[in-house]
Each structure stands twice: as C-alpha cells, then as structure tokens.
Ligand binder design. Structure first.
Ligand code: PMP
Ligand code: GLN
Length: 384
C-alpha cells in the first residue's frame, strides 16, 4: 500500500457492520435503510433489464433519460437551470463522484478545506489526489454542531484549491442555513475557490430546516460541483447510482477522471432512477415524514438511556455525547457496545483529524424499522 493510503486502513463502516454480524447486534452503525425503496422503482429496474435497456455499456455521461431527470429535478426543486447534455454526469454512487472530483480538480500539494467531522472517503480521496486536507471543525453549540465562519475564513490560504462542503452534514445532522451558505459562497467567490458540495442528503431534512443548494448562490454556478445519489433519496444504497451537476468545464473535468475509474455506471439502474426522480412531491414528503418520526423515536430512546443528544435537522444520523454516561472514549465505547447492549454504532472520532475533539461522540443511524429502533432503545436503556 502506498504512503498516501497507508494511514486509512479499513473503512470503519465495513469494520462495524462485520462486528454487528459476528455479535448478532442491532446495526445502527453503517447508514443503510432496512427497507428498500419504492416498489415501482424496483419494477422499473426489472423492466429495464428485461427490455435490454442498459445491459451493454451505457453512454459515458449517463443515459439521456437520467440526465434529463436530474436536470428536471434541479429545476423543479430549486429553480436551477442545468443542461442535461453538458452539465450532468452520472457516477457510480456519490463515492465515485467524490473520488473523480478530487482526482480531476486537485493538483498535488493543493489544500482542500473540508468540514470536520467529515465523511470518511473525503480524506482518502484528497490523499489519493495528492492534496492536503485542511479541516474546519464544526463545534457543539446549543445542542447542535455549528460552522464557525471565521474559522473557515482563516483556513483558506493561497494554496487552497477547493472547499469540500457537505450539507445536510454526515455525521452531525447539521443543515447549513441559507445565511451560512451565503457566507461560504461569498468566501469562495472572494478567494476564487472551486467548491465541491456533497448534497446526498438533500431530501432528508426535518422540521423547518431547508436544504439550499450551494450552486444557487451568486457566482457559484461556474465554480461548483454538486453531488447527489439515489442511495439516499430512494433508499437503494446497493444500486450505486449517483450524479454530479456543474458547469460544462467542471463536468468535463470530472468525467475525464471518471472514464478511467469505472468508465460508465450500471445501465438498467440508471433508467429506474430516472423514473424515481420524476416521482411526485408526495414521495419526497413521505420520506421526510417517515424519517422525522424515526428520528424522534431514536432520540427519545437515547435521551432516556442517558446520552447527550444533538438533535439532527437532516440526514438519517444522530450524534450523541457519551460523557453523561460517564464515558469519554467513543472508540472504546463502540467496541464494547455489542457486548454491553447488543447494539452497533460508529465512533465519530474516525471522522476527525483532531481525534481528541471527536472522542466523546458516537453516531447512530435511524433509517431502520420502528420495531428495530424500539428494540435498540430498550437495549441501550440497560446502560444507564
Ligand atoms: N457522501 C456522504 C456524506 C455519505 O454519507 C455517503 C453515503 N454514506 C456518500 C457520500 C456515498 O454515497 P453513495 O452510497 O451514493 O456512494
Ligand atoms: N454513508 C454511509 C454512512 O455514513 C455508509 C457508506 C459506506 O459504507 N461507505 O454510514
């Protein structure tokens, strides 16, 4: 293994899902729903397979039906005009989009400023591109994790190439506000930075939180790569269909990298996701309502069990503070949790360069059946 990757080891998600399987624990670690997405979307995939659509290499940028559906989705939801022919690229999930964007846009030695805690593939992809990650830590403040705009501003240097943003944010559940995003956008314009914004949880926002695409702010269209994925919006994490939108120059650049990573993404699923994106608003509203109830169910259980809870405004994760339980080391706590309570969670420290800052936090996923969440809450109550 080369030096750039040596520090990363095995992804925590694989390690923790294996631990859940070997101990028979409830897996609230890795974020994947235990109920598949809509029946009609599954049927659409079957139809595409049967009809022979996408069984051979689909076009490099993605099938036209899906590119048009992504474009139409951006228009319908956000009023953004996106050219389906030049401004959309289909990827093998958001994971490939992140990798291809870093490989395409980062020069060796460039600094990439990312919000910390950060999704684990960010650090590895920046490293594979030869870049240097510069974390800006979200700090606990009044029950949520907040971005300090002064810290963000201070993190940008003459060597900064791009900002890597994630909202709604995994693992904290923070949704950046319109004002915060406007400030991020102003900074990007002022310092002439590229922005890669991971918005895979765009539809998973709760209460009065609102997802605003960073690309919608003045001066951002030409400098922003926006990433999303059918894994989150339609509960098909196994299909690995994601996409980016951005200016023709940026999309062409990312495609240059993608063509040598996977060449193209799985064909029949692209046709099915095109149909999924055209589902009526009631689908998206239902997804949110369902997850809001699950969030409330799990957060109530965690509070009851004695955890400090950061109530998420988005994603399907809740980050907790284990110090009220008399614990301080999330990694040790998560290794013991299967034995102590039959539940698996993710130590948030693995999403930090500053492991110390992340040490007391533990992430639980709530994209699970109500009875699973109730059982997990019952088991966790035994910790108190
Ligand atoms: N970005 C974030 C913030 C995520 O949480 C995930 C999924 N866990 C991904 C990217 C990867 O998405 P995909 O499964 O579509 O590759
Ligand atoms: N994004 C999911 C999570 O944060 C898992 C993705 C993965 O396993 N790579 O849990």
């Amino acid at each position: 293994l080369n030096r750039r990757l040596a520090e990363f080891g095995t992804t925590v998600f694989a390690e923790m899902s294996a631990l859940a399987a070997s101990t028979g624990s409830i897996n609230l670690g890795q974020g994947f729903p235990d109920t598949d997405g809509p029946e009609e979307v599954r049927e659409a995939a079957v139809r595409a397979l049967r009809d022979g659509r996408g069984n051979q290499y689909p076009p490099g940028p993605g099938v036209p039906e899906l590119r048009r559906a992504v474009s139409e989705h951006q228009r319908r939801r956000y009023g953004l005009a996106v050219d389906p022919d030049t401004e959309v690229l289909v990827t093998a999930g958001a994971t490939e989009a992140i990798a291809a964007a870093m490989l395409a846009l980062v020069e060796p030695g460039d600094e990439v400023v990312a919000l910390e805690p950060y999704y684990d593939s960010y650090a590895a992809c920046v490293a594979m591109a030869g870049g240097r990650r510069v974390p800006v830590t979200l700090r606990p403040h009044e029950g949520t994790f907040r971005l300090d705009l002064d810290e963000l501003r201070d993190a940008v240097t003459d060597r900064t190439r791009l900002l890597l943003v994630n909202t709604p944010h995994n693992p904290t559940g923070t949704v950046l506000t319109r004002e915060e995003l406007a400030a991020v956008a102003r900074l990007a314009v002022e310092r002439d930075l590229l922005v890669v914004t991971d918005e895979v949880y765009e539809h998973l926002v709760f209460d009065d939180a609102e997802h605003v695409p960073l690309a919608s702010f003045p001066g951002m269209r030409e400098r922003t790569v926006t990433i999303s994925s059918a894994g989150k919006t339609f509960s098909f994490t196994g299909w690995k269909v994601g996409w980016i939108t951005g200016s023709p120059e940026l999309v062409t650049a990312v495609r240059s990298a993608k063509q040598f990573l996977t060449y193209v993404s799985a064909g029949p699923f692209q046709y099915a996701v095109a149909e999924a994106l055209a589902l009526p608003d009631s689908y998206f509203d239902g997804l949110r309502a369902g997850l809001t109830a699950k969030r409330d169910l799990l957060t109530a259980g965690l509070e009851e069990a004695g955890f400090g809870v950061f109530r998420p405004s988005g994603t399907y994760f809740v980050t907790t503070d284990i110090r009220p339980l008399g614990e301080s080391d999330g990694v040790a706590f998560c290794r013991e949790l299967p034995k102590r309570a039959g539940v698996v969670a993710i130590p948030t420290a693995v999403f930090y360069d500053d492991r110390e800052a992340g040490a007391p936090f533990v992430r639980f996923a709530f994209c699970k059946k109500d009875e699973v969440l109730r059982e997990a809450a019952t088991r966790l109550a035994s910790l108190a």
